[in-house]
Design a protein around this ligand. Structure first.
Ligand code: SF4
Length: 448
């Protein structure tokens, strides 16, 4: 048998010139989706027409087949800049666009989101926006796409809100803001936010989840009244939390992931007892009742979990927070063996060592995962091929490698997800682990 000549050298295979199927959009995309997630807010794009259209399907549809709401996609006002504006500037067109939008589209807040073109030609978008102060608030989010990715855009949106909209408020005891859960990009964002809010309500803490609240403007304006900001990510959301600390003196704490399952959820609530000085007996009563229910119901799924996936070798390919939450739950509560974790949200270098610690320390399994930071689908495919796996929790992009090449089960849990509808599904909280097992067992298809 002759030798097979590889189509690419090893170097070319590992360092292709382009990123294949990236797992986020640009900063404009993140700010655009955050605006749409603020109920009642209207985005106004100051960019080329393609910038907005590329988010249609690119961002919201990739977040579990979600629609973008009444002000998204083709309903979004856009200055649609062309060559003429690159030469003569686009400020005049933006003036007309803000004027007609505020007249024709009802909104409680207008967010002018500027992309690469106005940044390159030097439009003074901030000055134009200032002309429209007086009616419903108009803010400017400067998101030249080349500044960063969607996670950066989420932070820039919140930072624009902090700088241009928020004023000091009396601090309300036992009130917190939920930060770090990025709309659409974290595909379970709606369910995660609501679950955390409901959980905190049970222990007497009022949580402002900001996004999906019925009055988005009020939710934003009440941010400075919180006693504490909770950032549910080791990195995304930390910049706005710092800004809130500087401007309003609100301290923040970093929770590495949305807690999945009883162990991490109880640990999170006990942490809040200390941090917010809550009545321990009340919280312990809630924990006891919730744990009892969660473990009682775990008994219903125990047999199929043992038959289908006893100590399953698992790969997790997801954004940082999702990867940490699922790795810990699978390892500490289901006995899965976390073989490899690929972090796909491109966290800044300075946070990576800490993220590796979160993914490898405090696990009860004998296996500690190999941790990679990678956004390129081709390279992720090559990484997964190096392992023998039974379960792959990943994006839709890994579906075929998992099922066809590795003969593993695959569940889509991270962006992009386009093979399942995610409305308020969540793996957060006491019931979250059960929901995950329901989804995994559905892929297994039963013992026969
Ligand atoms: S990277 Fe720039 S040009 Fe491309 S979609 Fe984003 S804002 Fe528009």
């Amino acid at each position: 048998m002759g030798t097979v000549t590889p189509l690419r050298t090893k170097e070319e295979t590992f360092y292709p010139g382009v990123v294949e199927a990236p797992r986020f959009s640009c900063a404009l995309g993140g700010a655009y989706m955050s605006t749409l997630a603020t109920f009642g807010a209207v985005p106004i794009l100051h960019s080329g027409a393609g910038c907005g259209m590329s988010q249609n399907f690119g961002q919201n549809f990739g977040a579990g087949l979600n629609g973008a709401g009444p002000n998204g996609n083709t309903s979004t006002p856009c200055s649609c800049l062309v060559e003429e504006h690159a030469v003569f500037g686009g400020e005049e067109k933006l003036r007309d666009l803000i004027k007609t939008t505020t007249e024709l589209v009802r909104g409680s807040l207008y967010a002018v989101i500027s992309g690469c073109v106005p940044a390159l030609i030097g439009d003074d978008v901030g000055a134009v926006v200032k002309e429209y102060r007086g009616g419903a608030p108009v803010i400017h989010v400067n998101t030249a796409g080349f500044i960063g990715n969607s996670y950066k855009g989420y932070e820039q949106y919140l930072e624009a809100v902090i700088d241009q909209l928020l004023t000091p408020q009396p601090v309300v005891r036992k009130r917190v803001n939920i930060l770090g859960i990025v709309p659409y990009q974290h595909v379970f964002w709606k369910g995660n936010l609501q679950t955390i809010k409901n959980l905190l309500e049970k222990i007497g803490v009022q949580a402002n989840m900001i996004f999906t609240e019925n009055d988005g403007l009020e939710a934003l304006q009440s941010i400075p009244s919180a006693e504490l900001n909770l950032v549910f990510s080791p990195w995304s959301g930390i910049n706005p939390a710092r800004k809130l600390e500087e401007k309003f003196g609100t301290p923040f704490v970093v929770i590495p992931s949305v807690p999945v399952g009883p162990k991490d959820t109880s640990a999170f609530l006990r942490f809040l007892v200390r941090r917010l000085q809550l009545r321990r007996t009340r919280v312990e009563k809630v924990i006891a009742a919730e744990e009892h229910r969660a473990y009682r119901f775990t008994e219903y799924m125990a047999d199929i979990a043992m038959m289908a996936l006893p100590h399953a070798y698992t790969a997790i390919v997801a954004d940082t927070g999702t990867a940490i939450g699922l790795t810990r739950y699978g390892s500490n509560e289901l006995g899965w063996l976390p073989e490899v974790v690929v972090v796909t949200d491109d966290p800044p270098e300075e946070y990576r060592e800490e993220i590796i610690n979160h993914l490898t320390e405090g696990l009860e399994s004998a296996v500690k995962p190999q941790v990679h930071f990678e956004i390129d689908s081709h390279k992720i495919r090559l990484l997964l091929r190096e392992h023998t796996l039974q379960l792959v929790l990943a994006s839709s992009l890994e579906k075929h490698i998992a099922v066809d090449e590795l003969s593993a089960m695959q569940v889509s849990v991270a962006f992009p997800v386009y093979d399942r509808l995610i409305v308020d599904r969540t793996y957060a909280g006491y019931r979250g682990g059960l929901a995950l097992m329901e989804d995994v067992a559905y892929k297994y298809g039963g013992p026969l």
